[in-house]
Write a protein that binds this ligand. Structure first.
Ligand SMILES: Cc1cc2nc3c(=O)[nH]c(=O)nc-3n(C[C@H](O)[C@H](O)[C@H](O)COP(=O)(O)OP(=O)(O)OC[C@H]3O[C@@H](n4cnc5c(N)ncnc54)[C@H](O)[C@@H]3O)c2cc1C
Length: 440
């Protein structure tokens, strides 16, 4: 190919689906409103495409459950821009293309002697999509995945490339990291890294809810990352997953009993009736951080597959009261539930992060794919949690009214100004953003 042709930005329609099926999200609960999907291989192609489109959305790995990613007009994928650009051990950072997934980056980072501070329950999601929606893992001292972003570059509505960093752009940076795809097309991310570490995972079964009530902070602080699973039946936490980080100064001797729960004698799936074959190794077998912090292994189907998800963040100081409030709904909730997961996340300063300004606990619901029942239950749960001012996960299903949702974010006005600055014509807005963020 001649040099002139190579420099010419060419966008290829992406065959992301079979011709006889619609373009839809991972869970299959949402058919996207257009199948015009283009793939960009370079920043120049992104700039060219953005300049020419009246409206567009970026699609990452399509793991959102609501219509935050949807477009009636056109989709752009940057999933081909998935290289490691620079590993800088002195700065303690790695720079990646926005199409990079945690599943691809993590083993590579480990092989070079480095690690990320945390991961979500599954590794096979795009880093850009995860960070722009404030995806989280667990740990009383661990911020969500977006807090590892120290710089980013994105293409704004004008086609300009905008670099922002924690060190140099203070406020605008704190506003842009959890940008919900509203500011532009992220092309590059810089993440904080640390020396690699090993993690041992232990699972305990059947913890009485009363133990959680009396010892919540002790239980959640017993390991680097702790997840509690319950089906809300029989007043018990069915599984407690403790991810113990070697060398973090916390000693965990894996007693046979942990706050009334018994140490499991085999690998478990969070949904106890499912095979653990897709789950990361347990039983205290040491392994690299990326193969223990997520519950599900790289390249394997996470969770149940056919499911819906809802999740609410409340201040950690209200954790026990909020959990007890939801427990009162167990007769309504349990028949439609696959499993609930309870996790803690440290406070951060990212404007639209649900953990903004408060150490948080999340109460998550993996539902059976029973939309009529789930859509009727969400407002019931939201009313029950109302005294604790719940913030819904941006990427999951919820029914909190838009005005109420906006009021939960003290930096919402500043975020609107940021969006106005980078996207004056509203090129990156869609139905979700118009309803919940822009009030139009
Ligand atoms: C099985 C399963 C398990 C999950 N586990 C967790 C969990 O443990 N913790 C948790 O917090 N969440 C979890 N999630 C939710 C998930 O992390 C979020 O949905 C996340 O946004 C997924 O990223 P994605 O690339 O797949 O997003 P997509 O759905 O593709 O996109 C999400 C948003 O990001 C925007 N976006 C994507 N790429 C870019 C870009 N380059 N530039 C600008 N905007 C962009 C999109 O426009 C959209 O608004 C889970 C989801 C599933 C299906």
């Amino acid at each position: 190919m001649c040099a002139a042709a190579m420099a010419q930005p060419i966008l290829w329609p992406l065959q992301a689906r079979n011709l006889d099926t619609k373009l839809r999200n991972w869970a299959g609960n949402l058919d996207f409103s257009t199948d015009r999907l283009y793939s960009a291989q370079s920043v120049d192609q992104v700039r060219d495409y953005v300049t020419k489109q009246e409206k567009l959305k970026v699609l990452g790995t399509r793991h959102c459950f609501n219509n935050i990613a949807d477009s009636k007009h056109a989709f752009l994928s940057v999933m081909s821009m998935n290289d490691v650009i620079v590993l800088d051990p002195r700065a303690g950072t790695v720079i990646v293309g926005a199409g990079m997934t945690y599943g691809k980056l993590s083993p590579w980072l480990h092989s070079k002697g480095f690690a990320l501070h945390n991961l979500a329950s599954l590794p096979d999601i795009s880093i850009a999509g995860a960070c722009t929606t404030a995806t989280h893992g667990s740990g009383v001292k661990n911020g969500n995945l977006s807090t590892a972003v120290s710089a980013l570059e994105f293409v704004n509505a004008n086609g300009d490339l905008i670099p922002l960093s924690r060190a140099q752009n203070g406020d605008a940076f704190q506003g842009a990291v959890v940008g919900l795809g509203a500011l532009g097309v992220i092309t590059k991310l810089t993440l904080d890294i640390e020396p690699t570490y090993m993690v041992r995972q232990f699972v305990y079964e059947n913890m009485p809810l009363s133990e959680l009530k009396n010892h919540f902070d002790e239980i959640e602080s017993a390991a680097y990352s702790v997840s509690l699973f319950t089906d809300w039946q029989n007043r018990r936490i069915s599984e407690v997953w403790l991810k113990v980080r070697d060398g973090d100064g916390k000693r965990f001797d894996a007693p046979a009993e942990f706050f009334g729960a018994k140490r499991a004698t085999r690998n478990m799936h969070p949904i106890a009736s499912l095979s653990a074959v897709n789950c990361t190794e347990q039983m205290g077998v040491p392994g690299p951080w990326y193969d223990r912090l997520p519950h599900f292994r790289i390249g394997f189907t996470p969770s149940a597959g056919k499911e819906l998800q809802t999740e609410y963040f409340v201040a950690r100081k209200n954790a026990v009261d909020a959990i007890q409030a939801v427990e009162q709904l167990h007769e309504q909730v349990s028949p439609h539930l696959l499993i609930t997961e309870i996790r803690t996340i440290a406070a951060d300063k990212l404007w639209l992060s649900p953990c903004y300004g408060q150490d948080s606990v999340t109460i998550h619901f993996t539902w059976k794919p029973e939309w009529p029942a789930v859509s009727a239950l969400m407002p019931v749960i939201e009313r029950q949690l109302a005294p604790f001012n719940p913030r819904p996960h941006w990427a999951k299903l919820f029914t909190v009214p838009p005005e109420e949702l906006r009021a939960k974010y003290v930096k919402m006005r500043e975020f609107l100004e940021l969006a106005q600055k980078f996207d004056p014509p509203g090129k990156f807005r869609n139905e979700f953003l118009n309803k919940y963020i822009f009030d139009t």
